[in-house]
Design a protein around this ligand. Sequence first.
Ligand code: ATP
Ligand code: MG
Length: 304
Amino acid sequence: MSNKNIIEAKNLIFTYSDEPDALSGKITAAVNDISIDIERGSFTAIIGHNGSGKSTLAKLLSGVFIPGEGSVQVYRKGCDTPLDCSNEDHNFDIRKTVGMVFQNPDNQLVATIVEDDVAFAPENLGIEPSEIRKRVDAALETVGLTAFAGHDTHKLSGGQKQRVAIAGILAMNPECIIFDESTAMLDPQGRRDIMDTILSLREKGVTVVLITHYMNEAAMADKVVVVHEGKVAFSGTPKEVFGNKKMLSDCSLEPPQCAILLEKLSDLLGCGNPCAINTQEAVSVIEKALKEHGIMPEKGDNNA
Ligand SMILES: Nc1ncnc2c1ncn2[C@@H]1O[C@H](COP(=O)(O)OP(=O)(O)OP(=O)(O)O)[C@@H](O)[C@H]1O
Ligand SMILES: [Mg+2]
């Protein structure tokens, strides 16, 4: 029986510089005592304001950074002995298990041609060339870049580079993928496509961690973790998180737009104070209230 969690992080502390901060005179840790478990097969969203520590945490969870204090353990499928992010000998296996799409795609792209870039990581994992071909084609199709396979990576737009970076990680077939604001540069359709990809990855059993400033994206997760000043301020289901207005405002965050709209309409509708985390939920509450006020006919009543 393998562990129910794929990643277990305990009491992580990470500081970028030993120099005290010019203003406070203190050494500030970007991640300051965070413990977090990522359940295998789950979809976790990490939210928090700029500079709260999300990217630093993601790099610790994926083994890119080694914590100054604390531990990160990664459990491969069917394997009871964890990989330890502080052990350099485990680095290759951790990279194979936990893929990370960086916030800035320029930090991730390595080759000058799109398909070579997508093939780079699977090549380094020692995968057969015929299998790499299949994976590269499938990954480029998933991110909508099939026609760009032979293009120069340097001549792509920011959003296109972001798609190449996502394809590169998909082609590795990792057990867990951490997306650090991977939809930030994409147009609305591109963002929806990547969210669909994320949801289908979860359907296939891939563990997903998504760092995002889009609350409607976080609302699709199983669990939302709120990071504030290097600590976990709150974690729970999207309903628990987005229903907690005081905590959100203390962390300089807002619930999804549909929840804000419903709150503003709630007095008018006399529907109490329900929390809607997506448009469908908001529409259901509004429909119910309108029916109760006799404003909207029941379905099937419209015989005119
Ligand atoms: N390379 C670096 N060198 C020094 N300090 C850094 C570096 N990267 C981040 N920091 C600091 O660490 C803290 C956390 O940064 P981090 O990038 O993890 O935040 P974030 O939550 O990802 O922010 P954003 O939403 O803007 O991406 C910030 O105070 C930031 O200034
Ligand atoms: Mg960041």
